[in-house]
Write a protein that binds this ligand. Structure first.
Ligand code: PLP
Length: 408
């Protein structure tokens, strides 16, 4: 028999990372199979924590199953796209139309389509650090260069427009904003968003604004949809059903395109091609969109005092603050905390190894900071999804692990 070389992965994957579902998560699955109970604080997946979808959404899906067997138009079904367009009309985007909306298998697929339609090898995309790592991972996959701008934990994790602007080059194509932010929970103030929009305006950049947590804000934090701040900046807004409506498994998201679309005809043809190539998004999931947007907004019950997300966030924050050397900022939105471990007390040289050890010793799964393209080893992210009792138990486990780390 002739000796063949092994089958290998494409070279372009070498620079692609998605550590949130990487080796630590794999180790957690292994431990689970070996019979251990793992407390999973690593993924923003609401349903397993008892945040079930509104009944109306499930009823809608069930009702449409018989008629949702075929493919839909690739951009998505008309009723759902209209509902999305109308949603942005109510936010002041009075010209929002069905043609401005594409539906996808979650925001994730749409991040892929919009970037792939844009990037030529070597093009630069400005992405926050820390970020939701799909933005960096897919930019790298499409042979673009992710250029990170720093959101400073000394300044509420907000971006610094001056620093962003200093990173614009003649290869920069687009600027990504994640607001409310994953992993930090920051919600950006109007002045910063206006400054970011202005940078896009002056440097002719597309603005990609990932607003999947837009309805998850606390204590009156004002969420501003970046698209409402201009009519002269080409903006793609991303959102969907995974978080607010708790149906991440239905894989249902959308984009809304606004601004000077007449200057983006060629790009939009590329986007349409990308949309055609993936046939269409999961059709039952598309049906749920109209009901989700038009129905009772039950998320509001969770994010106000007495609501689960509100109370769990408070407990998690208070308990983390009690641990020596843990600095944490209360977040204004989303459902994550991104604590910093004081390097004087916890000199960590490999945050992934640190999180792995926490998992092995305490059976608690968190995501290490570098998984979000953060610049040091002193952070980790946890979700504020477990019940108050489970959260107390989990943070007691983290506290014990850190006490042993201090004593070692
Ligand atoms: N964008 C952000 C900021 C996220 O945090 C996530 C998921 O955690 C996504 C997009 C992906 O959402 P989807 O389930 O719609 O693909």
């Amino acid at each position: 028999m002739e000796e063949f070389e092994d089958f290998t992965q494409a070279r372009k994957l070498r620079n692609v990372r998605y550590d949130v579902r990487g080796p630590i998560a794999a180790e957690a699955s292994r431990l689970e199979r070996a019979g251990h109970r793992i407390t999973k604080l690593n993924i923003g997946n609401l349903a397993p924590f008892g945040f079930e979808a509104p009944d109306s959404i499930m009823m809608d899906m069930i009702k449409h199953l018989p008629t949702a067997q075929g493919y839909s138009e690739s951009a998505g079904i008309y009723s759902a796209r209209t509902a999305v367009a109308q949603y942005y009309q109510t936010k002041g985007m009075k010209d929002a139309a069905v043609e401005d909306v594409y539906l996808g298998n979650g925001v994730s697929e749409l991040i892929g389509m919009t970037l792939q339609a844009l990037i030529n090898p070597g093009d630069e995309i400005l992405i926050p650090a820390p970020d939701y790592p799909l933005w960096t991972g897919l930019t790298a996959l499409y042979q673009g260069i992710p250029v990170h701008y720093i959101c400073d934990d000394q300044n509420h994790w907000w971006p610094d427009p001056e620093e962003i602007e200093s990173k614009v080059t003649d290869r920069t194509k687009a600027l990504v904003v994640i607001n409310p932010n994953n992993p930090t929970g920051a919600v950006y103030p109007r002045e910063i968003l206006e400054a970011i929009v202005d940078i896009c305006r002056r440097h002719n950049l597309m603005l990609f604004t990932d607003e999947i947590y837009e309805k998850i804000t606390y204590d009156g934090a004002e969420m501003i949809n970046a698209c409402t701040l201009s009519d002269d900046v080409f903006t793609i807004t991303f959102s969907g059903l995974s978080k607010t409506w708790r149906v991440a498994g239905y894989r249902s998201g959308w984009i809304f395109i606004s601004g000077p679309t007449h200057r983006a005809k060629n790009y939009l043809e590329g986007l349409q091609l990308m949309s055609n190539l993936r046939m269409c998004a999961n059709v039952p999931g598309q049906h749920a969109i109209q009901t989700a947007l038009g129905g009772y907004q039950s998320i509001d019950e969770y994010i106000t005092p007495g609501g689960r997300l509100y109370e769990q966030r408070k407990v998690a924050y208070d308990l983390l603050c009690d641990i020596p050397g843990v600095n944490v900022q209360q977040m204004d939105g989303a459902m994550y905390l991104f604590p910093r471990l004081d390097p004087e007390i916890y000199p960590i040289d490999n945050d992934e190894a640190f999180a792995m050890e926490l998992l092995r010793q305490q059976k608690i799964l968190v995501s290490h900071g570098r998984a979000f393209n953060w610049i040091d080893d002193q952070h980790f992210r946890l979700v504020t999804l477990p019940s108050v009792e489970d959260m107390e138990e989990a943070i007691a486990g983290i506290a014990q692990f850190l006490a042993e780390y201090r004593d070692a």
